[in-house]
Design a protein around this ligand. Sequence first.
Ligand code: B16
Ligand code: MG
Length: 217
Amino acid sequence: MIKGLIFDLDGVIVDTAKYHYFAWKKLAEELNFDFDENQNEALKGVSRMQALELLLNFGSIQANQEEKTLWANRKNRYYQQCLSNLSQNDLLPGVLNFLIKAKERKYKIALASSSKNAKTILYHLNLENYFDYIADGNMVQESKPDPEIFLLASDGIQCSPNSCLVFEDALSGIQAAKSAGMLVIGVGKSTVLTTADLVISGFNNFKLNEAEAYFNN
Ligand code: B16
Ligand code: MG
């Protein structure tokens, strides 16, 4: 029986995944290599420093810790510049309605985002009140695909892992939620998110009772 809903942020609730990609691509260009959308799939969901390591690998670039910190900070500045104009227009289609319905149906709702910018983003979107608990990248030691953030979120809403349904757009996040013992709906392309229990293209044509019918039997 599903009692808790746990949402990833970037790429599930809000269309910020494109801003992460823009910022990493700009950094890659400055470091003189090409970085494409396929490669970007691997960076989704993981922490900023892990994403930088993956990016540098794609560019076959060796760097010391000081350079890495500098580049990660620079990427974050590019990303935060994109966030400065963020509004409810950046919400992914159907998400707000889905959250409203979930709240009406008394589900416990948590956020589990690897992003250290998560609370700022929720504030800009005026969405904080929909969440009973917010777990973000500042609160964990290990980032996705480690299950830590999902276990923290389920604990925060006092729901056992097997009563939680997770919404994720990244393979690393799906792996993390599965390792935590949770059910996962992938939000995106079924050709990419092959490890999810169910894949939806978005929330627009997806109703909560469809999830209940699929999982509660
Ligand atoms: P930040 P999510 C993740 O957020 C993003 O998917 C991932 O691309 C990013 O590297 C990570 O947050 C860290 O973000 O640099 O803002 O701390 O998808 O888990 O909500
Ligand atoms: Mg995401």
